[in-house]
Structures are given as C-alpha cells and as structure tokens.
Design a protein around this ligand. Sequence first.
Ligand code: GDP
Ligand code: GDP
Length: 449
Amino acid sequence: MSDSLPYIVLVGRPNVGKSTLFNRLIRSNRAITHDRPGVTRDRMEGLVRRKGLPSFGIVDTGGITLDAHAAVTEGPAGIRGFERDILAQAEAALAGAAAVAFVVDGRDGLLPLDEYLAAHVRRMGLPTLCVVNKVDGMEREDEQMAEFHRLGFPLLPVSAEHGYNITALCEDLAALLPEGAAVEPPAPPTLRLAMLGRPNAGKSSLINALAGEERMIVSDVAGTTRDSVDVRFRRDGRDYVFVDTAGVRRRTRITDSVEKFSVNASIKSSTKVDVTLLTLDATEGVSQQDKRLMDMLDTRKTPFMVLINKCDLVPREALATLKKNVAETLAFCGHVPILAVSALAGTGLKKILPLAQKIHEECQVRISTGQLNRAMEEVLAKHQPPVVKRVRAKFFYLTQAETAPPTFVFFVSDAERVPESYTRYLERALRKIFGISHAPMRIHLRSSH
Ligand code: GDP
Ligand code: GDP
C-alpha cells in the first residue's frame, strides 16, 4: 500500500462476497489475482475513490477458496483448519490497516466461523464496520440483520451483487479512517515504467521483487473490453508505477505456446512510460524478437535498459558472452545500460530503480545555449569536421530543441558534408561534457547558409 493512504481490510470467511464487494468498491469488473499455480496468491489491493470522500486503499485478504460449509459441518476441528489460512493472510494485512470491514453473509446468517473471526478482529482493536452482504430484498432486511448485532460492531446491510448501499458503505468506511488522514489524494507517480520481454523471462518476478510488499495494484476498466493493471509502489521516498502489467501478462498468455511476444504491443507500452525495462532470460539468450524490439526501441529513441535476468542460472563466462551479444545488438546505442540481475537471488536489483531514475532525469536535461556553444567550440577544436568533396562544413551554432529525449541542433554550412561518423563523435562528446550517459539523444544538423 502506498505510504500516503490509509487502507481498510476486508475480513470474512470464504463466500461471503468479499471479492464481489472489493470489485464494487474499486469499480472494476474483475479482481486482479496472481493466479499462477504454485505461487501464493497475492492479496488484492485497490483504491477506493468517491467524489467528496477521502480516498483510501482496500485490501482483500483472500484468494481462499475453501468450502465454508466444512467448517460448519466438521465443527470446531473444521474451523481450526480455516483458522490458520484465513488468519495468516488477514494478519499481515491487518498489521498496517486503519480499519476493518468485517463481511458476513446475510443469507447464511451468523455462523461459528464468523464469530471466531469476529473475536479475532475485536482483539485487534481497530475501528470495525460489520458489512452484512447479500441483503438483496429490502423486505427481509431487519430479519437478516438481527442476529449480527451480537457481534458488537456497527452494522450496514449491502448487496455487493446488486449494488445496494454501496455509496453508504463508502461513506461509512471513510468515517472509520483516522481524522484528517486520507484527504490527500495519492501522490502522482514519479516514474512510469514498462516491463517488456518474452514469456517466462521473469517479468512478473522482477516486478514483484522491485515493488516488494508495499505494492498497490490498481485496475482501471477503460470501456468494457480492455483493462490495464498498474502496479504502484514507493521506494526510497519515490513513487513508481509499472504500467499495464496485465496487458503484458495477457499477451504472454495468448502467445505462451509459441514463445513469442508482440513486438508492436511492446512498443506501444513503451510509449506510455518514462523508462522501459526489457528483460532477457540469461538461459535463453537474445531471440530474434528481442533483437527486433531493441532495434525499434533504439530507432524510436525510447529511454530503456536491458535486464539480463536469471543470472543465477548461468556461469560467469556465459553471462559475459551474452552481455557482449546484447552490446553488439545495441552497437549504435552504447548508452543503453545492460544489467545482469536475478529476480530470484536478488542480484543487481538495487541498481535498477536508481538507474531508471537517472535515465529519466537525463532525458529531462535542459542545457543553456551559452553552455552549448562553449561545448561546441571545445568539441570542434578537438576534432575538426572532415573535408568532404573539398569542403569542410562550418559549424555556426548549437541549440537544444527539445527534451525527452534531449535533442540538439547544430546549424552548419553544409549538413550533407558532415559524415555519420562525425555526427556520432559529436554525440559522444556532448554526452561526455553534459553527463548524459544513459538517455537516448538526437543530433540534428541543419544547413543555414
Ligand atoms: P469471497 O469468497 O468472500 O471473496 O466471496 P465472493 O465475492 O467470491 O462471493 C461468493 C459468492 O457470493 C459468489 O457466488 C457471489 O456471486 C455471491 N455474492 C456476492 N455478493 C452477493 C450479493 O450481494 N447477493 C447475492 N445473492 N450473492 C452474492
Ligand atoms: P514472466 O512470464 O516474464 O512474467 O516470467 P515469471 O516472472 O513468471 O517467471 C518465469 C519463471 O522463471 C518462474 O518459474 C520464475 O520463478 C522463474 N524466474 C524468474 N526470475 C528468475 C531468476 O532470477 N532466477 C531463476 N532461477 N528463476 C527465475
């Protein structure tokens, strides 16, 4: 969860409607879960925003899909089985929570497992609202509510499925928040990142490792067909967001079998962010698609870095060879950082975000015309432009036309007489003088007679 926002945890036994409520609250049709087999399911986190109310985070503690009835039919022994699962998940979330929404099922009535969980929640001492869900028909409301008074929490009847009382629920939950805490809107993300790479390269593992426990998954349903899932987190006082991770994941799933990914879709993601991270799998080397993608990112002057992941699985020499291969693929953009990392072992991870920040800062750089022209003199003095067809181009003036990427325009007498190799020298020299080591850069030559 973001540092700046308090959050409320949904607690309740399975099947009371927590995920349905969660989706209502975050206004998404779909719960976001990390549903790879063998991977612990992520708790679901979302943002509740309503006009006129303070915003807050909401956490659904459970992808627990056990049969609630077993708890009842098997008596206390059955309960003990659930107890561990539910409470273990709930506990971690409750530790930092501002309040609890304790969800029960108005149709089932009060079950022993509800009472058990309620006792636990009560011991936490957090402000708690008992949300009586599945109150779908008004006429039975009082009857359905009656027995839940025993829990000792304030009650609110709702229907997650039909949307009954959801506005009241938002208001009541917001009222549980600490005084003045949540009026701040969430801070805008400092840095937008895209994680690209072929299936199984380790993109999700890297995102999880970088974002850590403090992540917040935000789902926006734009229209009806397409959603994007952003992973927000805060690291060393800065906000980051991995944009459209579901998009990458979905494309992954579609193409899993052929071990391909869509280069065009990847390129599109990279245009929506500040810095792109391209992940390669050290055990697989550089595929044709990786090459194409790098080539396109380069041509489009996209700020990016290459992560060679799973470096724990390959020997040092193989890694060095692979690094060389990547560097060769990137021959004309030596500024692109290539990092050997391991999402699993944690190797190299600390460097990634600071490097992304640096790339972004370099992209934003603005240099005064005075400085630029002093630099131009120096650069020309060191290496004169070559004579081409008996004429040496004259350099008059240098300006910065744009940022992101930094774009420099040399006004010269005969642009066509400046060979590509000299332009590359100019770029290298400017990079050195102004400390632009990892951002893309454009150099234009304009003839002005
Ligand atoms: P969770 O296990 O607590 O997350 O529960 P789910 O959100 O998965 O819901 C369990 C079941 O209850 C699903 O079949 C939902 O469709 C259903 N359900 C959720 N909310 C309501 C409601 O307000 N009314 C009715 N009738 N069913 C609901
Ligand atoms: P994605 O498809 O690119 O999102 O890849 P995943 O993050 O799902 O990772 C694919 C597989 O590679 C999983 O089995 C991960 O556990 C494994 N994996 C990811 N990173 C590493 C790593 O650094 N080292 C090792 N040994 N395995 C990794």
